[in-house]
Design a protein around this ligand. Structure first.
Ligand code: GLN
Length: 191
């Protein structure tokens, strides 16, 4: 599975995602430029700072190339936290923030309160069972389109959603030793 799985490595906790994938026996490739997407069938977009990731992805032509490949159905995406924000159609309160915009949700940044920097909560993930969620200035998904399926919720707010071959989590599965959600993503990508 070498090089068909990529991790966007512009900013954020991409190393932790590589480790999570390594536990599944996958050596993921770091994607820093448009050319690095060559042959990639599944791309993880890490947590970090969504504004920075969005700006760099646009500047390096990665946004455009990812959009093209997702539209033709040849690329699966998994965004965590900032990565999930980047995928979203709308970012509430930040209409100009650069983003891919292909996941049919409106995302609210820092939805659980800016003052609550981070917290952990046990979640129930559809199809997977209990999962320990690590939340860091986490967003939540709102105004879900028809094609968007909710896989986990916290306090009534969707925190893990799927639309076709796109998966987005408000929390950080890469910060636990549990790689089941990464495994689910690879399955979704047909790998
Ligand atoms: N709140 C951050 C943002 O809006 C995301 C935080 C994270 O990825 N842990 O970009």
């Amino acid at each position: 599975m070498r090089s068909v799985v990529g991790v966007l490595a512009l900013q954020g906790d991409f190393r932790e995602h590589k480790e999570a994938l390594k536990r599944l026996g996958v050596e993921a490739k770091e994607v820093r430029k448009r050319e690095h997407l060559e042959g990639v069938k599944a791309l993880v977009i890490p947590g970090g700072e969504s504004t920075t990731i969005g700006k760099l992805a646009r500047e390096y032509g990665i946004e455009e190339e990812v959009r093209r490949r997702v539209a033709e159905g040849s690329l699966a995406l998994f965004g965590t936290c900032a990565g999930a924000i980047w995928l979203s159609r709308e970012i509430l309160g930040y209409p100009e923030q650069p983003r891919l915009g292909m996941l049919d949700v409106a995302v609210e940044r820092n939805a659980f309160g800016r003052q609550v920097e981070s917290f952990e909560e046990d979640l129930e993930v559809r199809g997977l069972g209990p999962f320990h969620g690590v939340f860091i200035r986490a967003p939540a998904f709102r105004k879900l389109g028809e094609g968007v399926e909710v896989l986990a919720e916290l306090s009534g707010l969707p925190v893990l959603v799927r639309q076709g071959k796109m998966l987005a989590s408000a929390f950080h599965p890469e910060l636990t030793a549990d790689s089941r959600i990464h495994g689910y993503f690879l399955q979704l990508a047909g790998l």
